[in-house]
Design a protein around this ligand. Structure first.
Ligand SMILES: [Zn+2]
Length: 93
């Protein structure tokens, strides 16, 4: 299997969409509201990626998967590193 490109993620205020995140399957695109707290950001990112990976999955199953993934990652201390503009992420093994 060829390596898939990660989804493009756009951070923008989602007001009229009445959602904290949304996934556009044909475009491999995730949009997420930057006003969320750190833990909810992780949860919504996981949730939207599950939508992209399993387009036919029910909302209830996607919700479970997103919450389980986020809770696991959070419990293992995975956190967002905020980088300076144009900085490259640090290499961590
Ligand atoms: Zn959903």
């Amino acid at each position: 299997m060829t390596k898939r490109k990660p989804a493009k993620v756009i951070w923008r205020k989602l007001g009229k969409e009445k959602a904290w995140g949304q996934a556009t399957i044909g475009e491999n695109l995730i949009e997420i509201d930057p006003r969320l707290g750190a833990k909810r950001q992780l949860e919504v990112l996981c949730h939207e990626q599950v939508h992209l990976t399993f387009p036919g999955m029910s909302e209830a199953d996607v919700d479970r998967a997103g919450k389980d993934l986020a809770a696991l990652l959070w419990s293992q201390d995975y956190r967002r590193v905020v980088l300076a503009p144009n900085a490259k992420p640090p290499r961590i093994s």
